[in-house]
Design a protein around this ligand. Structure first.
Ligand SMILES: Nc1nc2c(ncn2[C@@H]2O[C@H](COP(=O)(O)OP(=O)(O)O)[C@@H](O)[C@H]2O)c(=O)[nH]1
Ligand SMILES: [Mg+2]
Length: 307
């Protein structure tokens, strides 16, 4: 194992920050680092928090962090920042909100911009989570916006997936629109201080009976007022009840099956220069070539280069 990996394992914060940058930049160095650290992963509790922009996810993460810190648990936070037109300045907002934890070495926060990841977003987020896990963080919280397949997938990779809803955003349960109803292990109705919380709870419960819960678990519905720190213990209680007697999903063969497929896809695509791919796409569009032999040729080329 490299010196950097040793320092990360030892809990050195600057080493962890460097490791995070290496992971974000990807490449062979990142693979080598993560391969060395992988044997030391699998300890952390991985919590995914997803919901609409502005639903109070960051405020919840901040409050949850405070509770875990009071129990002397170390925390890692990964904020997946959407570059979608739904929000702006999320990184700045998260910084401001997490300010009170900034001086605390027991809290390590990293924002990941979705920009430039091109589908590798869940890979980046889960690698960061593994990195924090190897660094000895007891709890790793991933905040993602529940919009878009990538973001939903990230939340699905966690040991516990928390879906945040807020009252008064129309008649439809927002989770159904975003297609995240099925992935919730715990529902949070945040901003329960606003009108409509009881109505939203009824809607969620009604829809729950319709949606097939693959895990044979009826998700608990917890009401919170995040900025007033209300309901946070209930939320952590629901997380713990879900986790009780359940194997860690983040380390399951099912999740690794999805991750390995994505890693392989990414590695294969890395071997094909984008310009070649674009040129081939033009050829296919103009019917000069067929896509089947194009694919076969690319694979053959990768195979020959690997020899
Ligand atoms: N009324 C009310 N406002 C809240 C509550 N929780 C968070 N907020 C506010 O909602 C806004 C968005 O919160 P934020 O945590 O950034 O949401 P995110 O985009 O989901 O991360 C902020 O102005 C918070 O202060 C709550 O329970 N009730
Ligand atoms: Mg946020």
């Amino acid at each position: 194992m490299t010196g950097l990996a040793e320092r990360i394992r030892g809990g050195d914060l600057r080493a962890l920050a460097r490791g995070a940058t290496i992971v974000e930049n990807r490449g062979p160095q990142a693979d080598e680092l993560m391969a060395g650290l992988f044997p030391y992963t699998g300890r952390a509790l991985l919590i995914g928090i997803t919901g609409a922009p502005g639903s109070g996810k960051s405020t919840l993460v901040d409050q949850i962090t405070t509770v875990y810190r009071a129990e002397s648990k170390t925390v890692g936070v990964i904020a997946v920042d959407p570059t979608s037109p739904y929000t702006g300045g999320a990184i700045l907002g998260d910084r401001v909100r997490m300010q009170r934890h900034h001086a605390d070495a027991g809290v390590f926060i990293r924002s990941v911009a979705t920009r430039g990841w091109m589908g590798g977003l869940s890979r980046a987020a889960t690698d960061l989570a593994l990195l924090m896990d190897a660094a000895g963080r007891d709890v790793v919280i991933i905040e993602t916006v529940g919009v878009g397949q990538d973001e939903v997938e990230i939340a699905r990779l966690a040991d516990v997936t928390v879906v945040v809803q807020v009252p008064g955003m129309g008649d439809d349960v927002q989770a159904i629109k975003a297609g995240i109803m099925e992935i919730a292990d715990v529902f949070v109705i945040n901003k329960a201080d606003l009108p409509g919380a009881a109505k939203l709870e009824r809607e969620i419960r009604n829809n729950m009976t319709l949606a097939q819960q693959p895990s044979c678990w009826t998700p608990e519905v917890v009401k919170t007022v995040a900025h007033e720190a209300k309901g946070i213990d209930d939320l952590i209680g629901a997380v713990n009840r879900f986790r009780e007697g359940r194997p860690a999903r983040a380390q399951s063969a099912e999740v690794w099956g999805r991750r390995l497929r994505e890693m392989l896809r990414e590695k294969l695509l890395e071997r094909v220069p984008a310009t070649d791919l674009d040129r081939a796409a033009e050829d296919v569009a103009a019917h000069r070539r067929d896509p089947y032999s194009v694919t076969r040729d690319f694979l053959e080329r990768i195979y020959q280069e690997t020899q």
